[in-house]
Design a protein around this ligand. Sequence first.
Ligand code: AMP
Ligand code: MN
Ligand code: MN
Length: 334
Amino acid sequence: MTIDWAPLADLIETHDRFLVTTHVRPDGDALGSEVGMAGLLRQKGKDVRVVNASPTPPRYDFLDPEARLFERFGSSVKPAELADREVAIILDLSAWNQLGDMADTIRRFPGRRVVIDHHVSEDDLGATFFKDSTAEATGILVMRAIPALGGSITPDVACGLLTAIAMDTGWFRHSNTRAGTLRAVAELIEAGAQIDDIHRKLFERNTLGRVKLMGETLSNMRTDLGGRVAYATISRDDLLRTGAIPQDSEDLVDFTVSLRGVEVGLLFIEQVRGGAKVSFRARKGLDCSRLAGKFGGGGHREAAGATLPGPMSENVERVLQAVRQALDPGPSAR
Ligand code: AMP
Ligand code: MN
Ligand code: MN
């Protein structure tokens, strides 16, 4: 899929004050794409504010070494402060529920809205969409946009975009990794991204709390449907006991699909405001975004998420039932 960037080039030429934002619980693609887009807009002499509904997980602090780029909505940035923004650029999401506490501000945003994204599921965000659901990461779309919009890939931008692409492809292991992915990475390395340094910053700066939370998650893992499903839970109490923070749960769902024979992996994370965030991962063909869609969530075929109200044990049972139904629909559905 090729995207025509001309309408975005026009918007950028004709406006000065930009708001860049991304999804709640931002990941490497979300934050790395913001670094790329903010870098481009600043090269064009624009006034840019990058404001997110969630805090930046500590593992990504290297993307903003002086803590000047990512601002936190609500606690440090009040909605009224964003009244002067003319264009909102929304990265790596196409669903209202993924905007969290920023949804109201974006709904009421009087200026133009732009979405750059690669998710399958899509709400009408009242935006101009620059979307390619076959793209491995939003970062790759931002990377393609930069030359089309008259910018260049500086070392900082290259570092952000490499982080984005690496994290959304599981460091070039998932099925969305193609020859073109590695060509893009080669270009980013030539532009100054240091792949070894990025990997070390992401994976070799765990806190003891996160490592203990990994242990907790591994210890409570269970299987279902004769080993075709694996799931684990993280409760508020697990966080308190291990000394981990909510952001430390990123990627822990990957352990569920590390078991031999698992087709669907689930991680249930109890939320401060009640209910649970569920991460779905699929191998061997099941469509996670459809499964998550049954619970009001979405995402991609192999990775999706949803948030459910209610107590943990009920949520686990509800989701397991939907997974059993999807994997083993019974004779009448065959
Ligand atoms: P996660 O399990 O949070 O790592 O999410 C896996 C993928 O699904 C990511 O690409 C998310 O952006 C996406 N995703 C997670 N939750 C939702 C949701 N409620 N609605 C739409 N997409 C989601
Ligand atoms: Mn993301
Ligand atoms: Mn993404």
